[in-house]
Design a protein around this ligand. Structure first.
Ligand SMILES: [Zn+2]
Length: 300
């Protein structure tokens, strides 16, 4: 087989794996989008009756809070608000794990390649996963990242943010690291240099250090290069995973007597797909609250 034929073969296999395991399935996202669409319509209908200090119904009654007003509309005017249908479908844990693993792998790769566009695109799906698995800190962080890049910043600033999403310290196409990791490294260097000053450290000396660490590092590297000094490698040695992969393959083969079909994972019998377990109403309210917060604070 030529190398191109080999590539084609491996791409076909990857496609087959993606389809068979349902990794490219988008059903949960489509359902969530439909729910949000209906909730949006309800919200628009209510906001049409917004008045100073609350809501005024078309029958003349005034309500201070949205909850009371909604109850009035249901009780007196027989309005029906959208209630997302309950989905209790059990999911395939392996498929979900692989999908999240692919997402993580792709995001890591995007940061290494300084592909800001891909990082922000993946952040939308990561935000959904963070919301589903109740990782509130990451949910908020990813929400802010996405809303800044697509809505709050000017097109020019948004482009700049995506362009400068990672930093290259050692050279090489795929050797970029995320900017916050770079800041951590910088802080560590600055702290180390401050320690060498002992009792003489002051605000001014700290300022000088922060301005000169990069230059000092370059000078040091140059001297080391000129003197042919050996320096410790910055790259970690790769981990040999062959034993692990053989152990996994042997475990699967022993469960299926030589042929892998319809595996049952006893530990994950009650597994639910994370994206299907999202409470659409709660997430919608969360977005609404955060829109208000962004409107008031994030631009200042
Ligand atoms: Zn009314």
């Amino acid at each position: 087989m030529s190398s191109e034929e080999q590539l084609q073969w491996i791409l076909t296999q990857a496609d087959a794996v993606m389809t068979n395991l349902g990794i490219d399935e988008t059903e949960a996202v489509v359902k969530l989008r439909d729910n949000f669409h209906h909730l949006d319509q309800d919200m628009q209908n209510i906001h049409q009756m917004k008045s100073p200090g609350g809501f005024t119904c078309f029958c003349g009654k005034h309500y201070k809070t949205e909850g009371h007003f909604r109850r009035h509309l249901c009780k007196v005017h027989k309005w029906k608000f959208h209630v997302p249908p309950k989905t209790e479908s059990l999911g395939d844990a392996v498929s979900c794990f692989l999908r999240m693993a692919c997402l993580l792998f792709d995001t890591n790769d995007a940061y290494k390649m300084a592909d800001g566009e891909r990082c922000t695109r993946n952040a939308k799906l990561e935000w959904l996963y963070a919301s589903a698995t109740k990782h509130y800190k990451y949910q908020l962080w990813l929400w802010r990242m996405v809303s800044y890049t697509i809505a709050l910043l000017s097109p020019r600033e948004s482009f700049e943010y995506k362009w400068n999403i990672s930093t290259n310290l050692v050279g090489g196409v795929d050797k970029n690291i995320p900017n916050d990791n770079c800041v951590e490294l910088q802080v560590k260097t600055i702290k180390n240099q401050l320690k060498t000053q002992g009792a003489n450290k002051s605000f001014n000396s700290a300022r000088v250090i922060t301005l000169t660490t990069q230059v000092l590092d370059d000078v040091k590297m140059n001297v080391m290069k000129e003197n042919n000094t050996l320096h410790s490698s910055r790259v970690r040695p790769g981990v040999d995973k062959r034993t692990d992969i053989m152990a996994i393959a042997n475990c699967i083969l022993s469960m299926c007597s030589g042929q892998v079909t319809d595996l049952e994972w006893k530990s994950f019998v009650k597994f639910k797909k994370p994206l299907e377990s999202i409470d659409a109403v709660k997430l919608y309210q969360w977005i609404d609250e955060n829109k208000i917060i962004s409107n008031n604070t994030m631009l200042n």
